[in-house]
Design a protein around this ligand. Structure first.
Ligand code: AMP
Ligand code: ZN
Length: 464
């Protein structure tokens, strides 16, 4: 499997440090507001990465942090007149709801920054021991960029123009302002009652230290993959590398992957630009989670994606074609599957080759839709037998392990209530109560399930 590594700026063959096990760290949301769908482009890219790794036979442990203390969350809590915990809880809950709506597979760990301050303090202490941290007159602690030789490798910074001793207190700044960055911020009035005790006095951690501390806690001092959006490359990931490697003396991360931005009318979708849609905005307009998911995963993750509502309409059309094909195969399928029709074998191989080449989703989707086209023609011509249809359906399901785009009911399978109706109908039929049997069939149809009677018993098909 090949992946593009931002560190080398090249596509490389992926080879994990530890056999088939993969440690994956994904920078998560700052929970000061509802995440916008630009953020979800990043989380869907990471979900596809995770699912493709699993599809390729790896055993993934994913960590996604929740930034629940920083300048923005503190400001939000003070303005709302509530505690930091109460303030961020609303957005954490909303975030997890959104992940479900978008069918993003849960990570193994979701550490919150506020739950890991001792780990961050311990890491800063190691940086003091290694001579790369210092406390300034204002009480805050900084990382001494000039004392760490490898600074700037990820973002390809030209360090020649660096001004010795210059400091930047904000978490976010651009390359022109590269300087010593804050590891620990001394308390000031703007922080209200948010503060922790530390060897350097009361204060709170900088943003960057949380990801170095939490990734190493859950994945070890060296691990396989670290991801985020391209805006994370500098300063966040550059600083994470500096903090981790200056403390441990070991390589921090093997492969760095970054997704390009979601744009609106040529500009990055961002809260600061007021040009964003939240997931809720789009659900209110009548779009579904899987339509939004389809749009966000359909472009290559290293290409910018321009967001429009008409692109969402096109996603709806594409999903309609997929659903219709699935229905036709389901109607024709019987048994556990037999010889795979040629068009399904070509589709399966094309799909796999696409995703295993740096998550080449456009190529994988092209292979899938070519399979739909050829499969429909074969079905029209009556060339697909029941075993072939079942085998092709199994291929669609295998692909769906990566895509997660199945129709709602088919994805969830029949629930207990549906199963109870089926059992009731089976009993009615065995007692020849045909009116009851028909009534239950209509009840099932009303909740999205078609039932057919076959020699092997009742068969269900999702209508939604
Ligand atoms: P934040 O909550 O701002 O820390 O961002 C969370 C994640 O979303 C990070 O990985 C960002 O790089 C990513 N991100 C922010 N804006 C966009 C965008 N317009 N398109 C894609 N990813 C984004
Ligand atoms: Zn991070």
């Amino acid at each position: 499997m090949n992946l593009y590594n931002t560190m080398s700026r090249a596509v490389e063959e992926f080879s994990p440090l530890n056999g088939k096990k993969v440690g994956l760290y994904t920078c998560g949301p700052t929970v000061y507001n509802y995440a916008h769908i630009g953020n979800y482009r990043a989380y869907i890219f990471e979900d596809i990465l995770r699912r493709v790794l699993t599809f390729a036979g790896y055993d993934v442990t994913q960590v996604m942090n929740l930034t629940d203390v920083d300048d923005k969350t503190i400001r939000g809590a003070i303005e709302a007149g509530v505690s930091l915990d109460d303030y961020t809880r609303t957005y954490k809950d909303a975030f997890f709801d959104d992940l479900k709506t978008l069918r993003i597979e849960p990570a193994e760990h979701y550490p919150a920054a506020t739950g890991h301050v001792p780990e961050m303090i311990a890491l800063i202490e190691r940086l003091f021991e290694n001579g790369v941290a210092y406390q300034s007159d204002d009480g805050s602690v900084y990382f001494n960029v000039s004392a760490y030789d490898d600074y700037g490798k990820l973002a390809h910074l030209d360090m020649a123009g660096l001004q010795a001793g210059a400091r930047v207190a904000q978490d976010e700044y651009d390359k022109e302002n590269v300087a010593d960055f804050a590891l620990w911020k001394a308390w000031d009035e703007a922080d209200g009652d948010v503060a922790w005790e530390s060897p350097w006095g009361r204060g709170r951690p900088g943003w960057h230290i949380e990801c170095s501390a939490m990734s190493m806690k859950y994945l070890g001092e060296s691990f396989d993959i670290h991801t985020g959006g391209v805006d994370n490359i500098f300063p966040h990931h550059e600083n994470e590398i500096a903090q981790a490697q200056a403390a441990t003396g070991k390589p921090f991360v093997q492969s760095w992957l970054h997704c390009e931005h979601l744009r609106v009318e040529g500009k990055k979708m961002a809260k600061s630009l007021c040009n964003f849609f939240t997931l809720r905005d789009l659900l209110e307009k009548g779009y579904t989670g899987r339509e939004i998911r389809y749009l966000l995963l359909s472009a290559h993750y290293r290409q910018e994606l321009n967001f429009t509502l008409s692109a969402l309409d096109a996603a709806r059309t594409a999903l309609g074609r997929l659903d219709e094909f699935r229905t036709r195969l389901t109607e024709n399928a019987e048994g556990d599957g037999g010889a795979l029709p040629e068009w399904a074998a070509v589709g399966r191989d094309g799909f796999r080759a696409g995703v295993e080449d740096d998550l080449g989703m456009p190529n994988s989707l092209a292979a899938l839709f070519d399979m739909v086209h050829k499969g429909n023609r074969a079905l029209d011509a009556g060339e697909v037998d029941a075993a072939g249809a079942a085998a092709a359906l199994a291929v669609l399901d295998e692909m769906d392990g990566v895509l997660a785009l199945k129709p709602e009911a088919a994805a969830a399978g029949p629930d207990d209530a549906v199963q109870a109706l089926l059992d009731e109908r089976a009993a009615a039929r065995s007692e020849k109560r045909w009116a009851d049997s028909d009534r239950i069939r209509d009840e099932l149809a009303a909740i999205g399930w078609e039932v057919r009677d076959t020699p092997e018993g009742q068969k269900l098909r999702s209508l939604s």
